[in-house]
Design a protein around this ligand. Structure first.
Ligand code: NAP
Length: 337
């Protein structure tokens, strides 16, 4: 059985490909440019497992290639979406590929007789943001309030909404997974957005650590969540894939405990609000981060646990494995002897 995974150069999609290949599936991946896409690590996993992995060209901003990409696939995992490290000035640079690209993928899937289900990678950003009551544990029944959202969460809210509208209008079997902040090991020398704050703390590149919280999950567990959402015939609706609320300061402490004895200079000092406020006057990213300061991230993954049998490894493992992979792939230097 062939599964199409979109955007296989990405961090999450790479783990999805690995999950599929190691569980007996063949994979077709979409990339923007097959000539330059770094997928050698995925080809190596295919060779080890004896499964087929190939890539085809398709861009979320272009109709070309999507019909050919889905042809013959039994399932589509639509993972690709712009997830840049820096917040763009024009939100449309994220919103258009996210929304129009999702509709391109779903239209192609709906028209392909072989495709039985689409598993779509949304985010907890479509669930937890913009609510006045910060003490309530959010579930799949909640939607972020789109007004005033930053470009990335806005792109994810609008894309997931568009996906549901299309699926309902066209009778498409759509299952959505909503991961939290995805940590865990890199599979190649990339710098994905979700690992960047951890990488900078580990490398001592930030002077201090803001008091922000995240519902952390692991890329390997997110990939399992996609597979369970595909394999379970009763899977339907949205599934939050996210663990307990973890403060950045706690992540820094784990890194410090594990790696300071080896000579790494982990950033640990808490960043006071006034300092962030001052820096935020010229740094847009810090200015945007200010609105999330001191807020716990309260989400429930009970539905995925109960209905899909999804489980999650300890957050400490996701943090330590991420850090070890930074060193392995050279995105953080080893300490000088
Ligand atoms: P990533 O490493 O930046 O990967 C993004 C992927 O999307 C890349 O393969 C990228 O291709 C592709 N892409 C971007 N724009 C495209 C376009 N116009 N046409 C075709 N492909 C395009 O991000 P990630 O963290 O793995 O995120 C993957 C998915 O998980 C996204 O849908 C994201 O919203 C979701 N998610 C991520 C997290 C997280 O914490 N990481 C949490 C919740 C949800 P190029 O390599 O060519 O740029």
């Amino acid at each position: 059985m062939i599964v199409l995974v979109t955007g296989v150069t990405g961090f999450v999609a790479g783990h999805c490909v690995r999950e599929l290949l190691t569980h007996g599936y063949d994979v077709r991946g979409t990339v923007r440019d097959p000539a330059t896409a770094d997928v050698a690590h995925l080809r190596a996993i295919a060779a080890e497992t004896g499964r087929v992995f190939d890539v085809v060209r398709a861009d979320l901003t272009d109709d070309a290639g999507w019909a050919e990409a889905v042809d013959g696939c039994a399932c589509v995992w639509h993972v690709a979406s712009p997830n840049p490290t820096e917040v763009p000035r024009d939100p449309e640079t994220l919103v258009r590929p996210a929304v129009d690209g999702t509709l391109r993928v779903l239209r192609a899937a709906a028209a392909a007789p072989s495709v039985k289900r689409v598993v779509y990678t949304s985010s907890v950003a479509t669930i937890r943001l913009g609510h006045a009551d910060l003490t309530k544990v959010r579930t799949e029944a909640d939607w972020s309030v789109p007004d005033g959202l930053d470009p990335y969460p806005r792109s994810k809210v609008l894309a997931e909404r568009a996906a549901w509208e299309f699926a309902e209008a066209n009778g498409l079997d759509l299952v959505v997974v909503n991961p939290g902040l995805v940590l865990g090991p890199l599979l190649n020398a990339a710098k994905p957005m979700s690992l960047e704050i951890l990488r900078r703390i580990f490398a001592g590149e930030v002077p201090a650590v803001p008091r922000m919280s995240f519902a952390v999950t692991d890329a390997r567990d997110v990939a399992v969540g996609h597979r369970l959402a595909m394999e379970n015939p009763d899977a339907a609706g949205r599934y939050i894939l996210a663990g307990p609320s973890v403060w950045l300061g706690e992540m820094a402490r784990v890194l410090d405990e594990e790696f300071a004895p080896l000579g790494y200079r982990v950033a640990r000092r808490p960043a006071p609000r006034w300092l962030l406020w001052v820096v935020g006057r010229w740094d847009r990213d810090v200015r945007m981060a200010l609105r999330y300061l001191d807020q716990p991230t309260l989400l429930s993954s009970d539905r995925a646990i109960r209905e899909l049998g999804w489980t999650q490894r300890p957050v400490r493992e996701s943090i330590v494995d991420a850090a070890e992979s930074f060193v392995r792939f050279g995105t953080v230097d080893r300490p000088r002897p």
